[in-house]
Write a new protein. Structure first.
Length: 313
């Protein structure tokens, strides 16, 4: 990319300054609190979240390239602003989980990096297919996930998963009952099923990756979704039952059973399913590789980072 090709090179620092400002403001003004769904702040954040997702969805479908780039830039920025309010919640809700909080911070910079490349494409009248795929993936996955989590569908799904997980455990060991979201063995509380135990997160990842593939025919998309979403749902029921079995006589073993064994098996299953999906729709792999190649566009932000942090000594 030619250095003089951009019309407004001086704009690029915004894509470094704004995410840093968002993170600082989020940490200061949005400490973790257990709030009810009727809380005004929570309602405003939910509105912000869905506005960002529908901006991204609109940008994904819009045919006018210039307006589309602008809408997608705005969508990424608003989406990042929402996540900047969640850093403390992710940290404290998991008893000081620095990994999730750090991942959120990295994610905010990543969202702004996508916005920066949309700006770069607009300035140079270029189109990078994987950028639009990323927009579609985020919009579709986000709308489905939060459309379930923040509506009455969530408690219904949690109770359904609790009952089905309990049935699997009862089949193997007997004397299992489920009351609401609580699984009991011999009348003793074993585990509570929460929204994270429904595997919706994993399912929408594949939904978001597959549906926005514009060069893939519907038949292959449906096949890829069938071999991912259905196994994920049933494997998750087995995972829940396994965790309940491991902790029914050893409650202190919950952290290891859930965070190491359960999450480890889930990660392994997702990797295997991703490998299978790339056989059916290799275009997914192409889009992922394309995103990792974005720094090779060598725009003003990349040149600044190289000259500032990667200078030869």
């Amino acid at each position: 990319m030619e250095r003089g090709k951009l019309k407004n090179q001086s704009i690029y620092p915004i894509f470094l300054i704004l995410p840093a400002a968002f993170i600082i403001l989020g940490l200061i003004f949005f400490p973790f609190k257990t709030t009810e769904s009727g809380n005004l702040t929570e309602q405003l954040l939910t509105v912000t979240l869905f506005v960002s997702l529908f901006l991204l969805l609109g940008g994904f479908f819009l045919k006018n390239k210039v307006i589309g780039h602008k809408i997608k830039i705005l969508g990424w920025v608003v989406f990042a602003s929402y996540w900047s309010t969640q850093i403390n919640s992710l940290y404290y809700s998991e008893n000081g989980d620095i990994f999730n909080a750090s991942l959120c911070i990295v994610g905010i910079f990543t969202l702004f990096y996508f916005a920066y490349h949309e700006w770069l494409s607009m300035e140079n009248n270029e189109e990078v297919g994987c950028l639009n795929w990323a927009v579609g993936a985020a919009a579709i996955a986000g709308i489905v996930y939060f459309g379930i989590e923040k509506t009455p569908l969530a408690p219904w799904l949690i109770e359904t998963v609790a009952v089905q997980s309990g049935l699997i455990l009862d089949f193997f060991i007997g004397n299992v009952e489920v009351k609401g979201v609580v699984i009991l063995h011999n009348g003793v509380h074993v585990v509570n099923i929460i929204f994270a135990c429904t595997a919706v997160q994993s399912m929408v990842i594949f939904l978001g990756m597959i549906l926005p593939l514009t060069r893939v025919e519907l038949k292959r998309k449906l096949m890829a979704l069938l071999i991912t979403i259905v196994p994920i749902y049933f494997l998750n029921l087995i995972r829940n039952a396994l965790i309940a079995y491991l902790v029914k006589d050893n409650p202190e073993f919950f952290s290891i059973a859930h965070n190491i064994i359960g999450k480890g098996l889930s990660l392994l299953a997702l990797i295997i399913l991703l490998l299978i999906v790339t056989k059916i729709v290799p275009e997914v792999f192409d889009e992922i590789i394309c995103l990792t190649d974005l720094p090779e566009r060598n725009g003003p932000l990349e040149r600044f980072i190289k000259s500032t942090f990667l200078r030869k000594k």
